[in-house]
Ligand binder design. Structure first.
Ligand code: PSV
Ligand code: MN
Ligand code: MN
Length: 426
């Protein structure tokens, strides 16, 4: 399924006039406040978020999984689905692969397909949390941290294989997320597990090309429920520092204990030049992987406020690898991803509206009320016309969800692919 420009223009045509009215009203009031609207639109257009290959089918829980059918069952079809998202939103210009689920058969064909849809290959993800068919060693008791050297070697070699696959596609980062940890006190020696992980990561790091990043993701619990080896940003940062200057911490919004101040974590990592990647989702209780911005939109805005500050003031921090890491149990995955992309752009646009100079002055004056007013003035602005304008200028849909529905994308996919449904494994 490929969405043509003419399809999108058709669906846009009936709403163009009302969009223009909304945009003019917002644009005028922002300009009067001294906001450079054109620059904000350009920044929104440049902000591209990777779609993970495993989020394109229905997720599920250990209790069940309910499909929407027409799900992609090959890497080609996954890339085509990202193409649909990108055509409509103009903000999903990258895909993040998970190996071994997404090993390409024909590299040139895959690269051609992706570039025809204007999609880049973002970070590649290794998988040492499942035993693979015919694998000699088992990850039941951990991978990079395992007490067995043979298991650690197998996991190290897998990561090196993933780097080689990514290299052939043009990826520039390896993301390592480990399930390693323990379920019961006494099961593991914390120091041994951490030291083994550090040594294993350093071995992998030797194969990281010079223009690549090693992104180290942390998570406090699950699938292990007593301890996780890389449980928080501190552990991740220590490991990244041990590896070297191509290694960074990756923040996944769902990987924090309740009430963690994620915006502060993000801010300090940028100050230290060590924030390398970001996984968007939302949660109420744990690593719920819900639609971005569906539960705590103000927290997302505050995080973006720090990200924007960092992007403008911390040249020591590199460009970040942005990715959505959500799972879809009751919504059509593509509709859910469109909602997440919109929420990301919305939070970003609001953060761009924060008057940083005014905020700094209010902070220096210790004018706490004014500081809050400045943030909330930006947060309360309805920026959706800016997002629509940014999309429109690039050939995207004024309302991606409406366009997706009026083009009947899911039914076309079902007709094309049949009622196939593929579990993603996550
Ligand atoms: C598991 O929690 C997880 O969602 C991590 O966030 C990884 O990024 C992802 O799976 C893919 O390995
Ligand atoms: Mn993640
Ligand atoms: Mn997760």
């Amino acid at each position: 399924m490929k969405i043509g420009q003419n399809h999108i223009q058709d669906t846009n045509s009936k709403d163009l006039k009302i969009h223009q009215e909304h945009f003019d009203f917002l644009g005028n009031s922002l300009s009067k406040k001294g906001v450079d609207v054109a620059t904000i639109i350009k920044k929104l257009q440049d902000f591209q978020v990777a779609i993970p290959s495993w989020a394109l089918g229905a997720g599920g829980t250990r209790f069940g999984r309910f499909s929407f059918f027409g799900e992609p069952s090959s890497l080609e079809q996954k890339i085509e689905d990202v193409g649909v998202l990108h055509a409509l939103t103009q903000t999903a210009g990258a895909v993040s692969l998970h190996i071994p689920w997404d090993i390409p058969q024909d590299y040139n064909a895959i690269k051609e397909l992706a570039s025809s849809l204007d999609i880049k290959f973002d970070a590649v993800n290794s998988n040492t949390f499942q035993d693979q068919k015919n694998a000699k060693e088992s990850y039941k008791y951990g991978s990079l941290s395992n007490t067995s050297e043979a298991v650690r070697q197998q996991a190290i070699q897998h990561n090196i294989d993933v780097i080689n696959i990514g290299n052939k596609l043009g990826s520039k980062a390896l993301t390592v997320w480990l399930a390693d940890g323990s379920c019961f006190p006494g099961q593991n020696n914390f120091q041994t597990a951490f030291q083994n992980t550090q040594d294993s990561l350093k071995a992998i790091y030797k194969s990281i090309p010079d223009d690549w990043k090693l992104l180290i993701e942390y998570k406090p619990y699950e699938p292990n429920f007593y301890s996780t080896v890389i449980q928080d940003w501190g552990a991740s940062l220590m490991l990244a520092n041990e590896c070297g200057n191509k290694a960074y911490t990756l923040v996944d919004l769902g990987h924090h204990l309740p009430n963690s101040n994620i915006e502060q974590i993000v801010s300090i990592l940028q100050l230290k030049g060590k924030l390398g990647g970001f996984h968007f989702n939302d949660s109420k209780y744990g690593d719920d992987d819900l639609t971005v911005g569906s539960i705590k939109p103000y927290a997302l805005f505050l995080i973006f406020n720090e990200l924007v500050y960092g992007m403008e003031n911390n040249p020591q921090n590199p460009d970040l690898a942005w990715m959505i890491d959500a799972s879809h149990n009751v919504k059509d995955p593509l509709e859910d991803l469109i909602q997440s992309l919109e929420a990301i752009q919305e939070a970003y646009a609001k953060a761009l509206l924060v008057d940083q100079a005014l905020l700094k002055a209010a902070q220096l004056d210790n004018d706490v009320v004014k500081c809050q007013e400045i943030l909330q003035d930006a947060y309360r602005t309805d920026v959706r016309p800016l997002l629509a304008k940014a999309r429109l200028e690039k050939g995207g849909a004024l309302s991606p969800i409406q366009a997706y529905r009026s083009l009947d994308v899911r039914n076309s996919l079902i007709q094309e692919r049949g009622k196939n449904t593929v579990a993603t494994g996550l």
